[in-house]
Design a binder for this molecule. Structure first.
Ligand code: CA
Length: 292
């Protein structure tokens, strides 16, 4: 097991309240990420740290590049297109209500956009996982979710990994890449509570799963179900991670200031920063939302 603490860089001066959902945008060679509660989508030039910000009208849980231009985003009331003309809703979610918002989301290898919900008070089982298909139809695919978080697909495309944070698990679903249907669910990884709460997730080109640990000040890599590498961070609340850079050999990690006391914030002035580390393994080019 490799532990890495040095070599952590801060990418931009931007600090997020609840930074989340990083995704590499191959078209622009920028990193897209969100600040959920301040309703911002940040597009960061990772070479200079220069950041363009798109303000959106509702809390934004996740974003993904869209083949037809701009981005698809999971806003509080459903799925929107942003950054390509005026922001507009393309699919409502009928369960949307005050007190509920979208959280993490990502495209599957065929370009469907998946995103899940949670209530602000993380009520048990009150959220769900949705799939937005390229034809613009959104459907609920899993209910009784509490804090819908990390998503990843196996290298062979036959498995979807999913984190509902309070379970302290990564679960694996059988996945049909042709239809987008998920099937049998089984626990894949159990994360000990003392390691923190499993949050966002990505997969590397060797099939390793990288899991951000909220409250754990670290990102953990699991390979074949076993802890393989630990990246320690100078913040207690890392939220999610993705690979990026021209060679996809850089791991970007978002973090949050949310909920930290004033003394705690003085102790971790980088809370909310976007970090970069080169972990010695490459990631995969992210799928884009395929509604071209
Ligand atoms: Ca998250």
């Amino acid at each position: 097991m490799v532990a890495m603490r040095d070599g952590i860089e801060v990418v931009t001066e931007v600090r997020a309240e609840l930074g989340e959902g990083p995704v590499w945008d191959v078209r622009s060679s920028r990193l897209a990420w969100v600040d959920i509660t301040t309703q911002r989508i940040h597009l960061t030039d990772v070479a200079t740290g220069s950041t363009e910000t798109i303000e959106v009208p509702l809390h934004v849980g996740a974003v993904a590049p869209r083949a037809a231009g701009g981005f698809v985003a999971a806003l509080q009331d459903g799925f929107w297109v942003v950054g390509d003309g005026p922001a507009r809703q393309i699919a409502a979610v009928s369960e949307a209500r005050p007190g509920l918002r979208f959280n993490d989301g990502k495209c599957d290898p065929a370009g469907r956009f998946w995103a899940g919900t949670m209530t602000y008070d993380a009520a048990l089982g009150a959220g769900a996982l949705y799939r937005l298909d390229p034809d613009g139809q959104a459907r609920m695919v899993l209910d009784e979710v509490t804090i819908s978080n990390g998503l990843a697909w196996s290298l062979d495309g036959g498995t979807m990994y999913f984190i509902d944070t309070p379970t302290q698990r990564v679960d694996a679903f059988s996945f049909d890449g042709v239809t987008g249907e998920i099937g049998d669910r089984r626990p894949e990884i159990h994360l000990p509570p003392e390691a923190g709460a499993p949050d966002g997730m990505t997969i590397d080109a060797e099939g390793g799963l990288w899991i951000a640990l909220w409250g754990g000040a670290a990102v953990h890599r699991y390979l074949d179900g076993r802890l393989d590498q630990v990246i320690e961070l100078p913040v207690s609340q890392p939220t999610s991670c993705c690979f990026g850079g021209a060679s996809l050999d850089e791991l970007y990690v978002t973090s949050a200031r949310e909920g930290l006391s004033a003394p705690r914030l003085r102790a971790e002035p980088l809370a909310g920063a976007l970090f970069r580390v080169r972990p010695g393994v490459r990631g995969l080019a992210p799928a884009v939302f395929a509604d071209a």
